[in-house]
Design a protein around this ligand. Structure first.
Ligand SMILES: CC(C)(COP(=O)(O)OP(=O)(O)OC[C@H]1O[C@@H](n2cnc3c(N)ncnc32)[C@H](O)[C@@H]1OP(=O)(O)O)[C@@H](O)C(=O)NCCC(=O)NCCS
Length: 184
């Protein structure tokens, strides 16, 4: 059985991204996460064909397989200053095996995009989960998120597998799952 390092409490930063603290979010952070979702309407439009619903952030902080919530669900916020979030990382550990993580969400405030911060956030996250024993990371990209595919491939993700179409909000999507082997 893999032993995971202790995860610090809510107020302690887990790591930093471009000098910004990244910490675990909880229910009290739902309003700030919802504001980030509201500012990221372009992504929700691509994902669901509509803006983020009013309870999207609260659901995101609680959602997941019931036997896994909350201890395997990691909702990480990148501090944007003045009570706002510059970005969000949602992940699940022990995904299909104890040493496998699933990255469900990487989202930056539109004002923070296009300056390399997304890539920096990914590498900091990867480094942090490696310190927690991760050897494999999975994620899924919407088939029609072409920039998303370029982004993840540039970060070393491969072995794409296609899944049957499913309904997300108002849209029907094919999802492509990628995996990265973190042992190399
Ligand atoms: C994806 C994302 C985290 C990248 O962060 P970033 O700081 O903008 O990216 P970087 O500056 O490090 O790298 C630029 C690359 O990111 C990707 N990218 C940029 N904007 C993007 C967008 N709106 N959607 C998807 N990918 C994007 C592209 O691959 C881009 O390279 P390109 O300019 O050659 O197309 C950020 O753009 C974002 O939050 N997008 C919306 C949410 C999203 O699509 N998340 C990924 C779901 S699979």
């Amino acid at each position: 059985m893999i032993q995971f390092a202790d995860i610090p409490g809510r107020s302690l930063p887990l790591f930093t991204v471009a000098g910004r603290r990244v910490r675990l979010l909880d229910d009290a952070d739902a309003p700030a996460l919802q504001r980030l979702f509201d500012r990221s309407g372009d992504y929700f439009d691509l994902l669901e064909g509509r803006p983020a619903g009013p309870g999207a952030a609260r659901d995101e902080l609680r959602e997941g397989p019931p036997e896994r919530v909350p201890h395997d669900l990691f909702a990480l916020g990148i501090d944007g200053g003045q009570g706002e979030l510059a970005g969000y990382i949602g992940a699940l550990r022990h995904h299909r095996r104890p040493d496998q993580w699933y990255l469900g969400f990487l989202l930056l405030d539109p004002a923070w995009r296009g300056r390399g911060i997304g890539s920096t956030a990914y590498w900091a996250f990867q480094h942090w989960i490696q310190t927690q024993g991760a050897q494999s990371l999975l994620l899924a990209v919407l088939a029609d998120n072409l920039r998303g595919h370029r982004f993840w491939r540039s970060l070393g993700f491969g072995s794409p597998r296609s899944y049957p179409a499913r309904q997300i909000g108002l849209k029907r999507h094919v999802l492509i799952e990628y995996e990265k082997d973190l042992r190399v």
